[in-house]
Design a protein around this ligand. Structure first.
Ligand SMILES: *Cc1c(COP(=O)(O)O)cnc(C)c1O
Length: 492
């Protein structure tokens, strides 16, 4: 099919007249690369350089964004530059400076320059990275990055690794492997025979688990309402005395979900003890370490996660603390057969039978076709090295401690948690309304951004430090802004 495409760079367009007087889509695109990608690169650089000083939160309303981006599907296409220009304008008020140095909302992570550059190459190469044969470079980089991560986290040799879109999908993958394994031990082939009629699996979770554990449990047919919840201590850690009681006398299929790095306060479950108790009952232990697993890489923090290698599966993210762009989760399973068995399609006819296989990324995640999201992980690790990862993690934790220490000095401010990792919870005044008002005004003021939440039944503000860009000066500047807002709110 020969399409005449008007939306190419004007400079390139003049050069491509050939063949029956018109230009083909392919012709025009060849010339569009340099000018269009340079335009996007210039825009990206402007944006990235503006991050440290721009209003941290977005200021746009949905209606403003719709005016800019909406309207009916155009009958004829626009120039590519025009589309990029519209996006440039949308970014001015509609893009949150979340990779910047003073964004402390949720737990998001910034983006290392090398990871952005590599992510551009991922798009340019456009490899379907599911199968080795479709892209040996990216499949090999993924395998290498997987090995580096096992080494970094101190997980058992032979652990299998997948790169799903995020930690939520890592849970789905790991718990599918768990389901496969515990039912196989009970003599049931869940991949073939499904769950109807299968031995019941008890799924035991902590009270402060992340909601993505419930989502994965629902999708896997465990039923959110069937989860057995173990009480947490005052910092949100699973109580092992309650776990032991819950498991006493249990010898059927069981999965226990522990957590390292609570999304509010960063608390870490006592994983070693949890594994000891669970293993006495033949239970599978899954660990949610979306950001907290990175503590395992740091000699200063490793003791927090002692015994983590005794678990059976681990879920984490690269797009949070490793500072690669979205979307990249990490899943690790100590039983590769269960992992692969849960993912691999029994009718996978694309696999040549009976020959030695290269590692196909498709075997370790629910995706089929997929982008080479592990390439920025490879580049980030290759660039940071072990010491760079350790510095990144330790530095964010040091900033969080400084945040807590400085904020605690301000009258009317209470720091609610022990600062385990990179998370700080604070509360202002005695009334929930004060805390909510401080958060609203701080977000409007724009120096930094932190979100509100409810913790232990009270309104609180959460600060999460996860960007390589954050400096001590950024913490001090943010504390100053918070001090000003708290003063205003308490005086009004
Ligand atoms: C962010 C987070 C998740 C979910 O991760 P996604 O990458 O958003 O899917 C799960 N658990 C914890 C503890 C988290 O912080």
């Amino acid at each position: 099919m020969q399409l005449t495409m008007p939306f190419v760079a004007a400079r390139g367009w003049r050069l491509v007249r050939r063949r029956s007087g018109g230009a083909t889509y392919a012709d025009s695109m060849t010339y569009a690369y340099a000018s269009l990608l340079s335009l996007a690169a210039a825009e990206a650089v402007n944006h990235l350089e503006s991050l440290p000083e721009r209003h941290v939160g977005a200021t746009a309303t949905a209606a403003e964004m719709l005016r800019l981006l909406g309207g009916p599907l155009p009958a004829a296409g626009a120039q590519a530059e025009e589309a990029i220009e519209i996006l440039r304008r949308a970014a001015q008020s509609g893009v949150v400076a979340s990779p910047g140095p003073r964004y402390f909302g949720f737990v998001v992570g910034g983006t290392l320059p090398v990871a952005i550059a590599t992510d551009w190459l991922v798009s340019a190469w456009d490899q379907n990275s599911g199968i080795f044969e479709l892209g040996p470079a990216v499949a090999t980089a993924e395998q290498v990055a997987a090995g580096w991560l096992i080494d970094l986290f101190g997980l058992p040799a032979g652990t299998s690794v997948g790169f799903p879109t995020g930690c939520a999908m890592a849970h789905l993958t790991a718990l599918a492997a768990a389901r496969h394994h515990v039912l196989a031990k009970a003599g049931w082939d869940v991949e073939q025979d499904g769950l109807a009629g299968a031995p019941k699996i008890r799924v035991i979770v902590g009270a402060e688990r992340h909601l993505t554990i419930d989502r994965a449990a629902r999708l896997l047919g465990f039923g959110a309402g069937c989860l057995e919840v173990v009480a947490a201590d005052d910092q949100g850690r699973m109580r092992t005395d309650v776990l032991a009681e819950t498991l006493s006398g249990s010898d059927g299929p069981v999965i226990v979900c522990a957590q390292v790095g609570d999304v509010h306060c960063g608390a870490v479950d006592p994983v070693a003890e949890i594994c000891d108790i669970a293993q006495r009952h033949g239970a599978w232990v899954h660990v949610d370490g979306a950001f907290g697993l990175w503590a395992a890489a740091s000699p200063a923090l490793r003791s927090l996660v002692t015994g983590i290698e005794k678990a059976d599966s681990w879920a984490s993210d690269a797009h949070k603390w490793l500072n690669v762009p979205y979307d990249c989760g990490l899943v690790f399973v100590a039983y590769p057969d269960a992992h692969r068995g849960a993912m691999l399609d029994a009718r996978a006819g694309y696999l040549p039978p009976g020959i030695v296989q290269e590692r196909d990324p498709i075997e370790w995640v629910p995706d089929f076709s997929r982008r080479a999201r592990s390439l920025p992980v490879w580049a980030a690790l290759r660039t940071l090295g072990r010491s760079g990862v350790v510095n990144l993690v330790d530095q964010c934790c040091a900033h969080a401690r400084r945040f807590a220490d400085e904020l605690a000095q301000i009258a009317g401010v209470a720091v609610l948690n022990e600062v385990w990792l990179n998370q700080v919870m604070v509360r202002f005044g005695d009334d929930d309304r004060v805390t909510r008002e401080v958060i609203t005004r701080l977000q409007a003021e724009g120096t930094c951004w932190a979100g509100g939440t409810t913790w232990r039944g009270q309104a609180a503000m959460r600060l999460s430090v996860t960007s390589w860009q954050t400096t001590t000066a950024d913490i001090d500047r943010s504390v100053q802004a918070i001090r000003g807002v708290v003063g205003d709110v308490l005086a009004s």
